[in-house]
Design a protein. Structure first.
Length: 245
């Protein structure tokens, strides 16, 4: 995998706002996700439903030596700007362990045996950044999905399983020219589907049989807007979507 990717900061979509519509495959339970790269390492993902005064905000930092997330903080963002943090993760440089704190659960250390890894619950936002660094669009590769999983004893974070991306063809999807891949494997319970990236490697969308979070029956994401904004404009964007001036 290592020889398929080469880090080049100039290829990153820094300061680009990418807005997606998220739903089940049939279009039900529609909401929105905005992904913004604040700098070379910091990704923010903001989920909201029009009319709600609360949204979900995740801030992640990338370790480009392993093309994986090294820090992760998530929780509920209120219209007044307050953040109710629910999860925090840290993976030290070169470490094979994640320090994880989930609200209501004792802090823990989780072994990570495989890199790179990406989170489906994070709407594959970090995967979309990694794909901008891919040398050739047609070569297949694998990565580990790591996520918080609900168990009878409470939520736990860990490796869910690997998935494989296999290039299928170049096609127009969601009104733009894309590279289409098949994505499937144990990390998606063998309920995968297709995922699309644009010519710059940015995530355009996916259609996956397995849902990424409770309340959904499947997973569909499609990009509806891309524009360049400042970090200050990004903060204003989030406030406005929650009905705050």
């Amino acid at each position: 995998m290592a020889n398929q990717f080469k880090y080049d900061a100039k290829k990153l979509p820094t300061h680009q706002l990418q807005v997606y519509e998220k739903s089940n495959l049939d279009g039900s339970r529609s909401g929105y996700v905005a992904v913004y790269l604040k700098n070379e390492k910091t990704i923010e993902s903001f989920k909201w439903t029009p009319g709600n005064r609360e949204g979900t905000l995740v801030t992640a930092k990338m370790d480009w030596s392993r093309f994986s997330v090294s820090e992760f903080v998530g929780g509920r963002l209120l219209a007044n700007g307050e953040m109710n943090q629910s999860v925090e993760l840290f993976v030290g440089p070169g470490s094979m362990e994640a320090q994880i704190e989930i609200r209501g659960v004792e802090p823990s250390t989780v072994a990570l045996a495989h890199f790179p890894w990406h989170s489906y619950d994070f709407d594959f936002a970090s995967l979309g950044m990694m794909m901008t660094q891919k040398k050739s669009p047609t070569s297949p590769f694998e990565f580990m999905i790591c996520d918080i999983v609900r168990t009878t004893t409470g939520p736990v974070f860990g490796e869910v399983g690997k998935v494989r991306l296999e290039w299928q063809k170049e096609e127009r999807k969601f009104d733009q020219l894309c590279q289409r891949y098949r994505i499937d494997g144990p990390g998606l319970d063998h309920k995968g589907g297709e995922i699309w990236f644009d010519q710059k490697g940015r995530l355009v969308g996916y259609e996956i049989q397995k849902p990424d979070e409770p309340g959904y029956e499947s997973g569909k994401l499609r990009r509806v807007e891309v524009k360049t904004i400042t970090n200050q404009e990004w903060e204003v964007f989030k406030r406005k979507k929650l009905g705050s001036s």
